[in-house]
Design a protein around this ligand. Structure first.
Ligand code: GLU
Ligand code: ZN
Length: 293
């Protein structure tokens, strides 16, 4: 294990719904890891998706629930929607390195293509992009751009590999891993009115907040290689990672974030106090992630 000091962890919720026991585990894990190493734990609000995070009540309720739980954070809160200029700059760097290409595929087209390949091996539920627009002839690209056809900007992960090779990263539980960029998805890094995406903002902001230990749920593990590759092309240092297990119900089904009976608010209204909630989480962790309730 090779933690770098100072240990700075973070909790990075998206205010698109109520705080849920899964979020509490992530926040608590980040706080505890920081405390165990005499470090800091910072908060970041991931609200670049203006559609999903439009209702300001979610953000207010996240702050309220964290306060009620007694999980505190160090320093200033970072709010992604206020940092579009910083992301645009990072995107510009990737563009000048020749790593971006426009993708003109609609969601429906990507879905249809993905479903037609449904027998091919793929991980998780994530709908992976095939790279359809990666090698469109230049004239065709200019023509579509001139016509104003809607498009997103994707990163060419094969070119990323040519540029930075296969960088290493470390997870405290899983050990040293090698990222093979060409096996990662050509993710969307920007859309028409948004000069960023989750992946780009996470990488830029973990650096800006001097995060040295990323603690987060194992559902994001599949994206860590891609984010590691982005750090490499942007010349940013890589944090150490600690992906924690996900909560499941007694039947083994992963707890859904939409499930309101596992929201902090609901449990609070049921009469649970913060100590009981954190104790229940501790039990769940000891049972390998099984949340009973
Ligand atoms: N905002 C993401 C979420 O709420 C977390 C991103 C991360 O930890 O990298 O799932
Ligand atoms: Zn495309």
């Amino acid at each position: 294990m090779s933690l770098r000091h100072p240990v700075i962890t973070r909790f990075a919720p998206t205010p698109s719904g109520a705080l849920h026991v899964g979020h509490v585990l992530a926040a608590w894990q980040a706080r505890r890891m920081a405390d165990a190493h005499g470090g800091l734990c910072v908060l970041r609000i991931e609200d670049i998706d203006t559609e999903r995070t439009r209702d300001p009540r979610w953000l207010a309720s996240i702050y309220e629930d964290l306060e009620w739980l007694g999980i505190r954070f160090d320093g200033e809160v970072m709010v992604q929607s206020r940092r579009m200029g910083v992301y645009a700059e990072a995107l510009g760097k990737l563009r000048s390195l020749g790593l971006l290409y426009p993708c003109f595929c609609s969601r429906a087209e990507i879905r249809a293509e993905w479903e037609s390949m449904a027998r091919a091996p793929h991980t998780g539920e994530h709908m992976r992009y095939s790279g359809h627009c990666r090698d469109l002839p230049e004239e065709r690209v200019s023509e579509l751009l001139e016509k104003g056809v809607p498009h997103a900007w994707r990163i060419n992960m094969r070119r990323v590999e040519d540029l930075v090779g296969c960088p290493l990263w470390e997870d405290l539980r899983l050990g040293i891993r090698r990222c093979v960029p060409s096996t990662c998805e050509d993710a969307v890094l920007a859309r028409k009115d948004t000069p960023t995406s989750y992946h780009l903002a996470v990488v830029v902001d973990d650096y800006a907040q001097r995060v040295s230990l990323v603690t987060r749920g194992a559902d994001l593990l599949e994206f860590t290689p891609l984010q590691r590759a982005l750090q490499a092309v942007l010349g940013l240092p890589t944090p150490v990672y600690a992906h924690h297990l996900l909560l499941r119900d007694a039947r083994g089904k992963r707890l859904a974030k939409r499930d309101c009976v596992r929201s902090v608010r609901f449990l609070r209204e049921q009469g649970m106090n913060p100590q009981q909630l954190l104790a229940a989480l501790q039990c769940a962790v000891e049972r390998g992630g099984v949340w009973e309730g």
